[in-house]
Ligand binder design. Structure first.
Ligand SMILES: Nc1nc2c(c(=O)[nH]1)N=C([C@H](O)[C@H](O)COP(=O)(O)OP(=O)(O)OP(=O)(O)O)CN2
Length: 142
C-alpha cells in the first residue's frame, strides 16, 4: 500500500530532434502538459504525502523559469550557442529532448525539489507523464 499526490502543469516550449531524420529536425513548438506523481509508503502525521501548495509552487515555478516560452535542446545541439546569442531562453538537456527524456528529467527535478519541502519525508517521484500534443505522450516511472 502507498499514497500518492499528483501535480500538473503546462508549458509552451520549442524543441527539436536533430538526430531523428525528418520533420522533427526543424525547431518547432508544442503546448506541453506534465503530470508528476509523488509516492510515499504512507501519509505523514499531517495526513500528507507532500503538501500540495508548496510543492506545486516549486514545481510550477521551476517549469516556468526553465522551460516555459523557451527552447529545449540537447547539449550537443549547435543551436544552443546561436540561440543564446540572440537572448533566447535555452534549456540544455544532457540527452536529446524527446518526450521520454523530458519526463525523466522532470522526475529528477521533482526529487530535488521534494528534498526541500516540508511534509515530504520518504516521498519520491514515482511517475511522470508528459504530453507534447493531444495525441503524443510519454512517461517515466520508478
Ligand atoms: N517516442 C518518440 N517519438 C517521437 C518524438 C518523441 O519525443 N518520442 N518526437 C517526435 C517529434 O518531436 C514530433 O513533434 C512529433 O512527431 P509526430 O507525432 O510524428 O508528428 P505530428 O505531431 O505532426 O503528428 P500528427 O500526425 O499531426 O499527429 C517524433 N517522434
Amino acid at each position: 500500500m502507498a499514497s500518492t499526490v499528483t501535480i500538473s502543469h503546462n508549458f509552451e516550449t520549442a524543441h527539436r530532434l536533430p538526430h531523428l531524420p525528418g520533420k522533427c529536425v526543424s525547431l518547432h513548438g508544442h503546448s506541453w502538459w506534465a503530470e508528476v506523481t509523488v509516492t510515499a509508503l504512507a501519509a505523514d502525521a499531517a495526513g500528507m504525502v507532500v503538501e500540495f501548495g508548496p510543492f506545486k509552487k516549486m514545481l510550477r515555478g521551476w517549469i516556468d523559469d526553465n522551460f516555459d516560452h523557451g527552447v529545449l535542446l540537447g547539449a550537443d545541439d549547435p543551436l544552443v550557442p546561436l540561440l543564446r546569442g540572440q537572448d533566447c531562453k535555452v534549456y540544455e538537456l544532457p540527452v536529446w529532448p524527446t518526450v521520454e527524456n523530458v519526463a525523466a528529467h522532470l522526475a529528477e527535478v521533482g526529487d530535488e525539489l521534494l528534498a526541500t519541502v516540508d511534509h515530504a519525508y520518504g516521498a519520491r517521484v514515482t511517475r511522470v507523464e508528459v504530453r507534447e500534443t493531444h495525441v503524443n505522450r510519454a512517461g517515466w516511472c520508478a
